[in-house]
Design a protein around this ligand. Sequence first.
Ligand code: SAH
Length: 341
Amino acid sequence: MLADLNYEEILDYAKKIGLPAFRGEQVFDAIYSGKTLEEISNLPKAIKEIIKEYYPNYKITRRYESKDGTRKYIIEYDDKNIVECVLMKYKYGFTLCVSTQVGCRMGCKFCASTLHGLARNLSAGEILGQVLLVNRDLGGSRKNRQITNLVLMGSGEPLDNFDNVVKFIELISSGRGLNISQRNISLSTCGLVPGIYKLLEKDFNITLTISLHATTDEERAKIMPVAKAYSIEEIIKACKDYCQKTGRRVYFEYTLIKGVNDSHEDVKRLSKLFKGFNCHVNVIPLNTVKERTLQGTSRLEAYKFVDDLKSQGISATVRRTMGEDIEGACGQLRNKILKEN
Ligand code: SAH
């Protein structure tokens, strides 16, 4: 698929099928406009016929808007697989949350994305497509980009689809592409330690975010099966190495689950784990998933938890919840649609 290729590779492809260089440029521009091939006016029919097979065929099939302005999009791929991505409006601009896999195989007990397991990985171009389509939906173009920030926090585990995610980061941050600064990109992982080290080798300037959600390996393993493979200690060591190598502060996501991980003892353990480590904790009350039994801690309790963390010297904030009325949390909407069909 052509969206998997970078600028030079697309020009090479055009050359190989016998097109002059300016046609290669046009094909590149067409892809980055987020338009379908039919909508492209400056390519002759004969050329469209040749490239049709490889031209991206993804599209937005549904679009929901929340009262708070958050938008959720359903993107459908060639093979009819669907993923969701979420657009959030902040003071500084739009942040898009993209999915990296169709489904997920990590099995976290509170998450909707993993309910049906992993269907397949997304290719680099398929992840890119989410950004191109939403940018276009906002009236943007390659040269007039509307999206300022990206978070790889939709469905899927990015480090479980390593090569495609790396290529996507290269494509999206390229000056030839949408030119989104790596500093404005966050990658969230449940803690695949070897993946963190592989990422560190890439010398990207992206922010690393860890979904921690528990303060002991025993408790973590009850809600996140991945905890059986990698200990909290190993994860934090990898984060310290990441921070040292890249100079970038590491973030931790901590989803508060009522009666599971929200006690003062948890605060004490967190402060011990993070002692001397300049990181930041994002506290999020669990978004209750219909199919799951776990309940979220109240917002009021979440603020208390954060105050408690701060009093222990840990930098922490309660994450704003957005788009709750449109099933904003990962994978919720896809599940609903899968059920309807
Ligand atoms: N697999 C990656 C990225 C996708 S999940 C990861 O684990 O980080 C993005 C974030 O949403 C993670 O922190 C995840 O734990 C959290 N999350 C999943 N389901 C949630 C829910 N129901 N309520 C609140 N946060 C949730």
